[in-house]
Design a protein around this ligand. Structure first.
Ligand code: NAD
Ligand code: GLY
Length: 376
């Protein structure tokens, strides 16, 4: 079977900055032909991390070989700490030393860490060079590679230095996910479920039936889930590229989730996607406790996320580290929090998320305290 027969193309329709996302098992074979028409000379720069380099350098080289494109590689250690200002400077210096100019293209080949930092480097390089995303984690394929948010972290917080800079092409080859650790795969799956919860109840129903096939990386199921997720994100980004309105819905589960990640000091025993899964389950339960969300929907969200092995309750959590008052105070640090109130993404049901502009943090704290009391 020609793997390309099952490729799907999602268009991000941003006018002069529109681009395609190619999705499917084997999509990487499209890189050479697509780059050939994009490049001024047969050379591209590749930013990656050491783990991705070890597993997949050969696949990327193979994908551009027949097009005769030379790849210049730069790899960094894996992990969130890599997304630093110092490493950004190193990437820019490597590009300058290699003679990169605006007509050249930087390929981000990795997860969200490499994609976020690569995008920022591309935006800065001589005020903007070509940028292509080849995401290698499920999270990056369905979320971070799409929509143009780029960033590095500083000691003052995550993603505080960044820019909106759209890629010219995204290639999401689900075959690359075969080497991804199971926890990372599940963390990315949480972001897929998020799209169903935001505004696509039929997709949520499909995931409830077929989620295990996606997690097993069955090519058809994985392509369908990734492409539908990218299409959902693309539609939102086209409507609100710089997050002044509807793009905020993509933060479903994130306000709760960020508080848990921060309380846990970003240790790797709670991955971002795991915190988002927990956050989404809590947002639905908080909605139910506040008379906004049908209790049956909150229970179903918990059941479906929990069935894929994602955390959905406070069972087993350290009571001191995750004390309700501490979590509420971390939520108070949200940039948009005002006088004891914080915007939260809540839902009137599955597929009906909305921006609740001023949730009362005291009631959120009482809710979390009750959840902790119930937890085992
Ligand atoms: P990551 O980039 O750290 O990758 C997770 C781990 O998987 C790393 O250890 C990496 O080496 C490894 N890995 C990557 N691909 C692999 C493969 N195919 N096989 C084996 N191992 C592989 O993390 P992530 O979860 O992809 O992304 C998280 C980052 O994305 C965070 O920095 C977050 O802020 C950012 N993010 C950005 C956006 C956005 O819109 N720009 C959205 C969501 C998250
Ligand atoms: N990950 C949220 C966004 O891209 O807006």
């Amino acid at each position: 079977m020609n793997p390309n027969t099952s490729l799907e193309t999602v268009r991000v329709d941003l006018g002069a900055r529109a681009y395609d996302i190619l999705v499917g098992h084997g999509a990487l074979t499209e890189l050479g032909p697509r780059l050939s028409v994009m490049l001024k000379r047969p050379r591209a720069f590749v930013l990656t991390d050491e783990t991705v380099m070890r597993h997949h350098k050969g696949a990327l080289e193979g994908a551009v070989k027949t097009a005769g494109i030379h790849l210049d590689w730069y790899s960094l250690p894996p992990g969130e700490k890599t997304k630093s200002f110092a490493n950004l400077e190193g990437v820019l210096d490597w590009l300058l030393a290699g003679g990169a100019d605006r007509g050249d293209t930087l390929i981000a080949f990795g997860g969200g860490v490499i994609g976020d930092m690569g995008g920022l480097a591309a935006s800065l390089m001589k005020r903007g060079m070509g940028f292509v995303q080849v995401p290698t984690t499920l999270l990056a394929q369905v979320d971070s590679s799409v929509g143009g948010k780029t960033a590095v972290n500083t000691p003052r917080g995550k993603n505080l230095i960044g820019a909106f800079y759209q890629p010219r092409l995204v290639i999401a080859d689900t075959a690359l996910l075969a080497t991804l650790p199971e926890r990372e795969l599940k963390a990315g799956y949480a972001e897929i479920v998020k799209y169903g919860l935001i505004n696509d109840a039929p997709f949520f129903d499909w995931l409830a039936e077929n989620g295990q096939k996606v997690l097993a990386l069955e090519p058809e199921a994985a392509r369908y889930a990734v492409a539908r997720s990218c299409a959902a994100k693309a539609a939102i980004v086209v409507e609100d590229e710089t997050e002044t309105g509807v793009r905020q819905l993509l933060n479903l589960g994130h306000t709760f989730g960020h508080a848990f990640e921060a309380a846990n000091e970003y240790r790797e025993d709670l991955l971002h996607g795991e915190a988002v899964a927990l956050g989404m389950a809590l947002a639905f339960r908080y909605g139910a406790a506040s008379g906004i969300t049908p209790a049956a929907d909150a229970a179903r969200v918990k059941q479906v996320l929990g069935a894929s092995g994602l955390p959905v309750s406070l069972n087993g959590l350290d009571r001191e580290r995750f004390a309700a008052a501490r979590l509420a105070s971390l939520m108070q640090q949200d940039k948009k929090a005002r006088a004891g109130r914080v915007p939260l993404i809540l839902a009137r049901g599955i597929g009906a998320a909305y921006v609740h502009p001023d949730a009362d943090l005291a009631s959120v704290e009482r809710f979390l305290a009750a959840e902790l009391t119930e937890a085992t």
